[in-house]
Write a new protein. Structure first.
Length: 265
């Protein structure tokens, strides 16, 4: 059974977590304290849609040194009213409060009926990332080919970001990191017994990787099935160190450098 190792004199970042959701309303302070005890210095809170903005901002106000925010419309929230939602996203981005455009992307797992609207939302939010000189946080569930087509259309060397919760193949990882020069967000799936992700990223250089939890979702082993939280990014770091035949210190150093540079932390 894996254990969470206490990191001494190290710094980690949870580059994708939804700690503002109701799942944390009863013990948010304790969740953040546990994260700090595992040397997580900061977390990034990606927005979902108009209903999540208030809670996200409230958490940022309560924990200003620990939390940074990203603003976008999540693909599963792209519905008939997506134009109104996108207008709000743009107004928020204009405030300068955000360090990334996210979480945006294409999701064909839950609902394919708004695929064309998801494509339009992707194009506009990618354009805003360029306009505001911010990185993208891309959601890519069951949609790598569709996103690659959009990226081939939209990509310029100034467009940067991360494919959040990467669970693809080595070939897809190579395309993302080489063709688009984007990072890969690695989370709890890496620790799953039946996951092929270990093999797929074994030969991907750590300079392309970020650590994340996607809390409260995708909880790593040995807590799978329970609520995820930011302190568990330490488990992902530990797993990555074993896969890379490296040390926890080196994983923390490289992934923290990657996060700091991409998001200007």
């Amino acid at each position: 059974m894996q254990r969470i190792t206490k990191f001494a004199a190290m710094t980690l970042f949870d580059t994708h977590t939804h700690l503002y959701l109701p799942e944390f309303d009863e013990d948010r302070q304790s969740v953040i304290q546990r994260a700090r005890e595992k040397d997580i210095q900061q977390c990034i809170l990606p927005n979902i849609d108009s209903e999540s903005i208030h809670q996200m901002k409230k958490m940022k106000a309560e924990f200003p040194e620990f939390c940074r925010m990203a603003m976008a419309l999540h693909p599963t929230s792209v519905k008939e009213n997506f134009e109104d939602e996108l207008a709000l996203v743009y107004q928020e981005l204009k405030t300068g409060e955000y360090i990334a455009v996210g979480e945006m992307g294409i999701d064909l797992y839950w609902d394919k009926s708004h695929y064309e609207q998801q494509q339009e939302a992707f194009r506009r939010q990618a354009a805003w990332a360029l306009e505001f000189s911010l990185p993208l946080i891309i959601h890519s569930r069951d949609s790598f080919d569709e996103i690659f087509a959009l990226m081939d259309e939209l990509w310029t060397p100034k467009l940067r970001g991360v494919f959040h919760c990467f669970t693809g193949t080595y070939a897809q990882a190579e395309k993302i990191t080489k063709d688009y020069q984007f990072k890969l967000g690695i989370g709890g799936v890496l620790t799953f017994k039946n996951s092929g992700l270990r093999k797929e990223i074994k030969d991907i250089d750590m300079e392309h990787l970020l650590l994340e939890t996607d809390a409260p979702f995708l909880t790593p082993t040995p807590f799978r099935g329970k609520r995820n939280e930011s302190s568990y990014v330490a488990l992902v770091a530990q797993e990555l160190a074993e896969i890379k035949n490296s040390t926890l210190e080196e994983v923390a150093r490289v992934t923290s450098k990657n996060a700091t540079e991409l998001f200007n932390l």
